[in-house]
Design a protein around this ligand. Sequence first.
Ligand code: PBG
Length: 331
Amino acid sequence: MQQITRRPEAPVRLRRLRRTAPMRGLVRETRLDPQQLIYPLFVRGGKRVREPIPSMPGQFRLSVDELVAEVGTARRLGIEAVLLFGLPAVKDPLGKGAYAEDGIVQDAVRALRAAHSDLVIMTDVCLCEYTSHGHCGVLANGEVDNDATLDLLARIAVSQAAAGADVVGPSAMMDGQVAALRRGLDESGMGHVAIMAYSAKYASAFYGPFREAADSAPQFGDRRGYQMDPANVREAEREIALDLAEGADIVMVKPALAYLDVIARVRPVVPVPLAAYNVSGEYALVKAAAQQGWVDESRVVLEILTAIARAGADLIITYHAKEVAGWLSAR
Ligand code: PBG
């Protein structure tokens, strides 16, 4: 067989496929689609309340009626999935508001389900927004008690599923939480409800604005005793393998932008959909710089989300979701 060799006078010209926008579109390797975005929303009590969150410009603490309206707007732009966080009126050491039948998230889920029968409704399963001490589990001797917390996490998930959630997202970083939720859901006749596990969730300073939004900063200590050390990546593979073994339907890396290597590293060993959480601090940095006129907001946001997808994320949870959907449809 004769070898086909390049003529020495024909140098490599990668610019040929970059000449025009349609040409670039033809050969683009990573595409963003509003259908892969998940829009996180904060819900609180009251009526007609749209309370701005100072550290997250463009995001609000919404009463249930306003939440329904906001989701209507987002859906018209092509967003089909939301992730709910609740801001209860009162907090206590056991986080009872998280698993109350008339809890704020449960109310919100019922209202959204009534208005949008096929919306993908995801809920966060954690105690930190509901506990007076701000930790993600219950305390025993000044420490977060793993196994005592598991029962409560399962109760939260079951109550959210009973209200109509499609996907529950355990984010407390307790060992065994996915198995506890799966068992609780199955024993309650909620076998159809999926689990999106916050598997590789790091103890990150990028959650700062969220904790202001949810008033959920720990009252003592920090979360390093249960969330992952930012220096570790092999451990992320172990967390993900365990959650898959426990029955996770979707696994997540969180935060996203400073952890693109983690996303890329775990991708080959994740046979289920992989989600990445573009967290509050990442959002706040972009918004602040854009407000100063220092960066072009839409281009920076699209570049960041494209990078998260390029690293290997199938789903992206982002506070930019609604704006991005608008930009993508205007292109
Ligand atoms: C609850 C939870 C947190 C976030 C999502 N779920 C806060 C935390 O762990 O402190 C952070 C999300 C964000 O920063 O956007 N445990």
